[in-house]
Unconditional design. Structure first.
Length: 165
């Protein structure tokens, strides 16, 4: 959906801004709901499933991903083409959390406040997933093939860590 259409038909949509908190605070579309992209599935219950949604981010990339997520939950959803950048380029206003006029801010992801062991688990999982993808390519290995590959990989890593590899 283009910015001019959204501005004209704003009352028909739930506008969901998926940007980081610092971006939202600096400036957002009046009447939008702030649900950062990482929390879309956790907070989907805050949205009315009977009203269409327009997802918004700075350029349209993060909101395109959120739109897919919301569509998978049964929502009728569109992405704001060009995001907040296009909205502002169209001369449309933003409002800020402090009540003043809004502005577009550079994205600043919030710090990862998960426990270190959870962060390490995610890093290890992603490393293994990419290794499996790189090793098997487009083929569909069996569970046994994947497990054998990961065991061999872990053994090689352990041998290398011990200086005997």
């Amino acid at each position: 959906m283009d910015p001019a259409t959204l501005a004209r038909e704003m009352g028909q949509f739930q506008v969901v801004d998926v940007r980081y908190p610092n971006e939202w605070e600096a400036g957002h579309i009046d009447g939008a709901v702030h649900i950062p992209g990482d929390y879309v599935f956790d907070r989907v219950g805050e949205l009315d499933p009977n009203r269409p949604v327009v997802a918004v981010c700075r350029s349209g990339s993060r909101s395109a991903e959120a739109a897919k997520d919301l569509a998978s939950e049964g929502f009728v959803v569109e992405n704001l083409e060009g995001g907040i950048d296009a909205w502002v380029a169209e001369g449309l206003p933003l409002c800020a959390d402090d009540g003043g006029p809004g502005r577009v801010a550079d994205p600043e992801p919030p710090p990862d406040d998960r426990p270190p062991e959870m962060q390490q688990f995610q890093n290890d999982f992603m490393e293994a997933a990419f290794a499996v993808r790189d090793h098997f390519g487009d083929t569909e290995p069996s569970e046994e093939e994947v497990l054998a590959f990961l065991r061999e990989r872990d053994a090689r890593k352990a041998a290398g860590d011990n200086g005997s590899g």
